[in-house]
Design a protein around this ligand. Sequence first.
Ligand code: IMP
Length: 169
Amino acid sequence: MKLLLSHDQLSSRIREMGREITKDMAGLEPHVIAVLKGACPFMTDLCQWIDLPLSMDYIAVSSYGAATKSSGEVKLSKDLDTSIKDRDLIIAEDIVDTGLTLNYLVNLLKARGPRSIRVASLLSKPSRRLIEVKVDYTGFVIDDLFVVGYGLDYNEKYRNLRDIVVFEG
Ligand code: IMP
C-alpha cells in the first residue's frame, strides 16, 4: 500500500490544529466529541495540543446501508454520555467524504442546544461531497482515494497503522 501521510506529517499538522483551536477558543471549555471509531487516534492527539480545560465524549453512527447511503440516513449506534446544553463543542471526525454523516451529526447535536459547534476533521475529500458541510479545521485535503490507517479502516482492519496509506485491495 502506498504511503500518503506519514505519522510525522500527521503529528505536526495536528499540533498546528490544536494550537489554532487553543487560540480561537481561548476562555472557553471545549467539549470534544469523537466520532467512533475512526476519529479516536486523531481526537486523542489533537486534545494533547489544545491548551484549555476540555472534556471529551464519544458518539457512534452507522450507515443504514448502501441503498440509503445517498439519502444521508444514518443510525445513532452510541449516544453521548452527558448533556451538551450550552457547551462549546468540537466534533472530531476522521474524514469527511460525501458529508452526509457529518451533516446528520451536526443537525442531531444542534437540536440539543449547545452554545457553539466547531468541526475538526483530519482529512477531507471535497471532490466527493454530496452535501455542503462546514468544516472549521481540516488537517489535509486529499484526492478521491480510499485510505486506511491512523484510525481509518477497511472492514475493521488497518486502524492500527501509524501512517495513512492508500488502500489498494
Ligand atoms: P461520509 O458520510 O460520506 O462523509 O462518510 C464519512 C465516513 O465514511 C467516515 O467517517 C469514514 O468512516 C468513512 N470513509 C470515507 N472515506 C473513507 C476512506 O477513504 N477510508 C476509510 N473510511 C472512509
